[in-house]
Ligand binder design. Structure first.
Ligand SMILES: *[C@@H]1O[C@H](CO)[C@@H](O)[C@H](O)[C@H]1NC(C)=O
Length: 177
């Protein structure tokens, strides 16, 4: 009789601690490791993809292979100075038409990228014909050529304003001989 009583107490204790244990594991699952808790992604690569991680890829630390200049496209791939990592490729954003001035900024139509700005080389007075070719004072850019509108027979008074054959251009007007 006495041993039966002890047995029931033991059973009760075991059962209640089992219930407590399963309740605990049901309501508080172990949290995923996070970088701030001192975990490194070389041991736990998953920490880079956990919600709240600023960067999704693991190169010893969490990085973004799409835009990290020290890990561009793959771990350890360093962009040379003057180049920027755009979508995992090192590009010169001063010159690249598809990434002009910033990653993903694409120049329209036939525009070129000069010093990180999209320009029309045919008409731009700071970049006439080629990047950096500046028109001097009172000069203009027509068809990518630096011209003086006051005297140029093909661009007299304005771009494409052609003087008739034999006529000169003076003061921006075609003379009649
Ligand atoms: C411009 O950048 C793209 C990547 O967005 C690259 O594929 C292309 O080769 C670059 N062009 C030049 C001229 O460097």
């Amino acid at each position: 009789m006495e041993s039966l009583k002890i047995f029931s107490v033991l059973l009760l204790t075991t059962t209640s601690s089992f219930v407590a244990l399963s309740a605990a594991s049901r309501w508080s699952p172990p949290p995923p490791p996070v970088a701030s808790a001192g975990y490194t992604c070389d041991k736990y690569p998953a920490i880079c993809t956990v919600a709240g991680s600023v960067n999704p890829n693991c190169c010893k630390t969490c990085v973004n292979l799409n835009k990290d200049n020290l890990n561009c496209g793959k771990c350890g791939m360093q962009c040379p100075s003057g180049k920027q990592c755009c979508k995992g490729k090192c590009v010169n954003i001063q010159k690249n038409r598809s990434n002009c001035g910033a990653c993903g900024y694409t120049c329209l139509n036939t525009d070129h990228c000069c010093s990180g700005i999209c320009v029309n080389l045919k008409t731009n007075i700071l970049n006439c014909g080629v990047c950096g070719n500046k028109c001097g004072l009172n000069l203009n850019c027509c068809d990518g050529e630096i011209v003086n509108l006051l005297t140029n027979k093909k661009h007299c008074g304005g771009c494409q304003n052609k003087c008739e054959k034999g006529n000169a251009c003076s003061n921006g007007m075609c003379d009649y001989a």
